[in-house]
Design a protein around this ligand. Structure first.
Ligand SMILES: [Zn+2]
Length: 406
C-alpha cells in the first residue's frame, strides 16, 4: 500500500550525460567531417539569409532552406555533404532558424558565423543508441567507443558530439527519464556561499572549498609560460596550446564533480534552500579575485541546485544580495555596522557570540522563509522575475572585501 503511494509523484525529467569518446582513427576523420559540414551548412545558410534580407527585406525559413540543402547535395562542388548524416545537417538548419527567432524576439544577439576555433559540435537528433559501451548513430557503422562512467537511466534521445581545444571528443546524451522525486525531509536551510569554506549551512554543515585549481595552477602557469616562448602557429606552439587546454579541461571537470555532489546533498537533505543572489558577473570584473571566484563556481553551483530542486519538487529561494546577512545578529537582530571583514567571530550588543559564516547562513534562512511567507519569492531564479533594481550590476560591497581578504 505504502509502496504504491510512493510512485504517485513520478514525473518526466530530462538529464544530460557527458562522456568522453575513444574514436578510431577513421572515425575521427568522419567526426571531423561532421563538424566541418555542419559549420559549412550553418554559415552558408546564415549568409544566404543575410543576402536575401538585404535584397527583399525577408529571408527563407527552415523549410525553404531544407529544400535548398537537398539541391546543394546534388551539386558537384558540394556533393561531399552526402558523406555525413542528413538529419544532422537539417538539425543545423533548425538551430539557425531558432537563432533567428530568438534574435527577433529580442532574446539574443544576431546569429554569428561559426568558426573552427570556437565551435566544433554537431547533433544527431534521432536513431541514437548506447550499447555495450558504444555509441551507435547513423554513418558510424562500428559504433564509437565511449567511456561510460555513470549509469545512464531512462530513454536515450538526441546526442551532441563535440571536440575540445585539446583535441578530445565528447558526447552529450539527452535522456528522458521517469523520475521519482526524493522524499520530503521537512528540513529547511540557509546556505552562505563563501571562500573560506565553499558553503556553510544554517545547521553548521560545512562544504570545503576544493582547491584543486591550486594544485594544477603551477602546471598551468608553467605550460602557459612555455607557450609564450613558442612561435605562434608553429607545430610546437599548437602542441603546447593543446597541453594548456588539457589542464583547463581537467580543472573544469573536477570542479563540476564537486558542485554536483554538494548540490545533490543539499537537495536530498532539505526541502527549502535559501541562498544569497550573488552577482558573479559583477565580481568577475575584479581581476584579482576572478580566479578565486571562477574556482568557487557559484553561478554553476546555483544552476545545478536549481534544476535538481526542480526535479525533486524542492525550493531554492534567493535573497537580495544587499541584505546584511553577516552584520546582523541572528538571535536579536542587532546590526553591527562596524563589523571588520577579517573577523570570523564576534559578539553582539546583547552578548550573543556569533560565528561569522554560520550567523550569515542562519540569517539567510530567516530572510528566505520571510520571502516565502510573503509570497514575493523568485523561486526559479529567472531574470524575468527580477525588478530593474536587482538587475543592476552591483555586488554587495561586503562580498567584494571579504573575498579580497579570503
Ligand atoms: Zn544578538
Amino acid at each position: 500500500m505504502e509502496r504504491n503511494t510512493r510512485f504517485v509523484n513520478v514525473k518526466t525529467i530530462h538529464r544530460t550525460y557527458r562522456f568522453e569518446l575513444r574514436p578510431a582513427q577513421d572515425q575521427k576523420v568522419l567526426l571531423d567531417k561532421h563538424f566541418g559540414c555542419v559549420r559549412f551548412v550553418y554559415n552558408h545558410f546564415l549568409n544566404e539569409r543575410k543576402v536575401q534580407y538585404q535584397v527583399n527585406k525577408k529571408s527563407d525559413n527552415y523549410y525553404a532552406q531544407a529544400k535548398t540543402l537537398t539541391e546543394l547535395k546534388k551539386q558537384e562542388e558540394t556533393v561531399w555533404l552526402k558523406e555525413v548524416n542528413s538529419q544532422t545537417l537539417q538539425f543545423a538548419l533548425r538551430s539557425l532558424d531558432t537563432a533567428y527567432l530568438n534574435f527577433f524576439r529580442g532574446n539574443s544577439k544576431f546569429p554569428r558565423f561559426k568558426s573552427r576555433k570556437r565551435k566544433n559540435s554537431f547533433t544527431v537528433p534521432q536513431h541514437t543508441k548506447l550499447e555495450d559501451g558504444k555509441i551507435q548513430v547513423p554513418k558510424f557503422k562500428e559504433g564509437i567507443k565511449c567511456i561510460v562512467h555513470r549509469e545512464v537511466k531512462g530513454e536515450v534521445g538526441k546526442m551532441t558530439f563535440s571536440k575540445t581545444p585539446a583535441g578530445r571528443y565528447f558526447v552529450s546524451i539527452l535522456t528522458e527519464e521517469q523520475y521519482q522525486p526524493k522524499e520530503k525531509t521537512g528540513a529547511v536551510c540557509g546556505v552562505d556561499l563563501g571562500l573560506k569554506d565553499f558553503a556553510i549551512t544554517s545547521d553548521g554543515i560545512k562544504f570545503k572549498n576544493n582547491r584543486y585549481t591550486k594544485k594544477y595552477e603551477r602546471d598551468l602557469a608553467k605550460a602557459q609560460k612555455h607557450l609564450s616562448r613558442k612561435q605562434n602557429g608553429s607545430n610546437t606552439f599548437e602542441r603546447q596550446k593543446r597541453k594548456v587546454a588539457k589542464i583547463h579541461e581537467k580543472i573544469s571537470n573536477t570542479r563540476q564533480d564537486v558542485l554536483h555532489k554538494v548540490s545533490h546533498q543539499l537537495v536530498s537533505d532539505y526541502d527549502i534552500i535559501a541562498l544569497e543572489d550573488l552577482n558573479v558577473k559583477g565580481m568577475m570584473s575584479n581581476r584579482k579575485l576572478s580566479k578565486h571566484i571562477a574556482d568557487a563556481s557559484w553561478g554553476t553551483f546555483v544552476r545545478f541546485l536549481e534544476y535538481k530542486a526542480d526535479w525533486n519538487d524542492k525550493q531554492v529561494i534567493k535573497i537580495n544580495r544587499f541584505y546584511p546577512s553577516s552584520k546582523t545578529c541572528n538571535v536579536c537582530g542587532w546590526i553591527n555596522q562596524n563589523l571588520n571583514l577579517s573577523v570570523r567571530e564576534w559578539t553582539c550588543k546583547n552578548g550573543h557570540v556569533l560565528d561569522r559564516d554560520l550567523n550569515a547562513a542562519k540569517n539567510i534562512l530567516k530572510e528566505g522563509l520571510k520571502i516565502i511567507s510573503s509570497g514575493t519569492g523568485d523561486y526559479t531564479g529567472g531574470d524575468s522575475n527580477k525588478t530593474s533594481f536587482e538587475k543592476h550590476k552591483f555586488v554587495k560591497p561586503e562580498a567584494h572585501l571579504s573575498l579580497a581578504n579570503g
